[in-house]
Design a protein around this ligand. Sequence first.
Ligand SMILES: *[C@@H]1O[C@H](CO)[C@@H](O)[C@H](O)[C@H]1NC(C)=O
Ligand SMILES: *[C@@H]1O[C@H](CO)[C@@H](O)[C@H](O)[C@H]1NC(C)=O
Ligand SMILES: *[C@@H]1O[C@H](CO)[C@@H](O)[C@H](O)[C@H]1NC(C)=O
Ligand SMILES: *[C@@H]1O[C@H](CO)[C@@H](O)[C@H](O)[C@H]1NC(C)=O
Ligand SMILES: *[C@@H]1O[C@H](CO)[C@@H](O)[C@H](O)[C@H]1NC(C)=O
Length: 529
Amino acid sequence: MLSFFTMNFWQLVVFISSLAPLGRAASGNLTFPPGFRWGAATAAYQVEGAWNQSEKSPSIWDKVVHEYNHLIQDRSNGDVACDSYHLWKRDIQMAKELGLDFYRFSIAWTRLVPNGFSNAISEDGKNYYNNLIDGLLAHGIQPMPTLYHWDLPQRLQDLGGWTNPLVADWFADYARVAFSLFGDRVEYWITINEPTMVCELGYGLGLVAPLIKEPEVGKYMCIKNIMLAHAKAYRVYEREFKDRFNGKLSLANHYVWYEGETDSDGIAAELTRQFQYGLYLHAVYSKEGGWPPAVEQHIAENSRREGYNSSRLPAFTQEEKALARAVNHYSSRAVRQRRARVPAAQSSPFSGNFEFNVTYEGRPEWKKGRSFWFLINPAGLRNVLTWLKTRYGDHEVIITENGYSDVPDVVNDDVRINYFREYLTQVHRAITEDGVNVTGYTAWSLMDNIEWVEGYKSTFGLYQVDFSRAERPRTPRKSARYYASVVRANSLDVPEPQDIIMINGASQMWTSSMRIFVLLMALFTFRNT
Ligand SMILES: *[C@@H]1O[C@H](CO)[C@@H](O)[C@H](O)[C@H]1NC(C)=O
Ligand SMILES: *[C@@H]1O[C@H](CO)[C@@H](O)[C@H](O)[C@H]1NC(C)=O
Ligand SMILES: *[C@@H]1O[C@H](CO)[C@@H](O)[C@H](O)[C@H]1NC(C)=O
Ligand SMILES: *[C@@H]1O[C@H](CO)[C@@H](O)[C@H](O)[C@H]1NC(C)=O
Ligand SMILES: *[C@@H]1O[C@H](CO)[C@@H](O)[C@H](O)[C@H]1NC(C)=O
């Protein structure tokens, strides 16, 4: 079961909607607007290794991989991973080889402030991130740090982690340390990466660290606290650093596009979107703040029916609402209303929602693989972008993750190239046809790394990493050369390999997983509260 739900969750899958050659996307001008920025991303736990070196303390992932190693598909761990803690110079060189405008990495809370609390800063931790940031800037590459990419200090988890309301202050204190040390050189900060993953998977389904199965109550406590953590960190920056550094901050959210077949399914689809991303947007981007009203009402009614005294979704106070008011896309799901609720234990953001009568499935025209959850619908990304604009107004949007996973040994990764081209074509259309202000795109990932519970079996890297060798050599895949030429040209109109392997022609496709990780980031610098 674990494996099923894990797969279901992680493999936001994508089958290209036609097996016919994708070829070049529509002819015409496929150049991105001047100033469009290109990046690639990693996350601390997935690449750094050195889990117990220097003063670093254990994170919730260190605990999971060591104490619940059977939950990791290949029983691996991130103790060494890509060894980026030692090989950061090579990482910068790779970013340079690709011609990136920015490199998105994350700061390990446990490395910078090993106590979890910000009473002591690790010198080694500070030096590591200073070296990385300065090294990037020396090559003209902007650092884009994420403060939290899922690696909570275990000490804080022992105190309740994201369900303890005090965590918002702990996070803001840690954020202050990072802003004060690195803020002079950072233009874009990401506070929290994909809170939906943290709360739905970590505290709801219990499939990732910290493995807490609390879909009815714990998940919502996490969501509220994580939104407040973001808000408090944002306010710290605004009050104490904005004047000096003038950077921008955002959450990076995660989006699956949902659409309904009939009118009533359409209503369910919209409710689904409100559940899956409105919960993480409304507090920040809506006029009134707080939770999306339809979601709030729904959970309150369910809670009442279940005999709870108050809603399982904790309310915001007026003060908290004011504090929080200030985008990420995966695959698509059709929404169908059905008679019985999906049991809490079985619903996931990709199969159904136990709070109301709904299940999610693919459409026939979204081609499926042998694994039924593989669906490809590149247009879903464009739909998400226009939905965000329609719902929450015209904001700057940065796609903070988008990538494709394959088996590790494929170096001539034409399928990945195709994937990038298809999704980037949709981004281009959102910009040029729908007027969505997308200003940057981030490929996931710069290099192969430990893919959380999937271990090293599924790899997203533009660069292949040989994990069997101590030196962890990195080798550019064909997609790295493709991406570098797109970046250089600022356009999808680039010479490309003629021998693109089609999905139905590539035997490795059937054993590989395909995913989109598109995180969109809307920056909330626009609102006067
Ligand atoms: C192509 O599109 C880009 C970005 O929208 C624009 O700046 C450029 O002028 C266009 N080029 C031509 C030849 O139309
Ligand atoms: C750090 O962890 C490794 C295993 O990854 C272990 O071999 C080593 O002894 C540990 N070092 C310290 C100082 O605990
Ligand atoms: C919860 O509801 C019960 C029954 O209505 C009531 O006796 C109790 O005081 C309530 N508790 C709280 C904390 O409101
Ligand atoms: C689910 O939908 C059916 C039919 O529309 C309805 O009769 C039932 O009450 C609903 N169940 C819940 C729990 O909302
Ligand atoms: C997009 O957002 C950026 C950053 O806020 C802004 O400078 C630019 O003018 C915006 N572009 C459009 C077309 O709105």
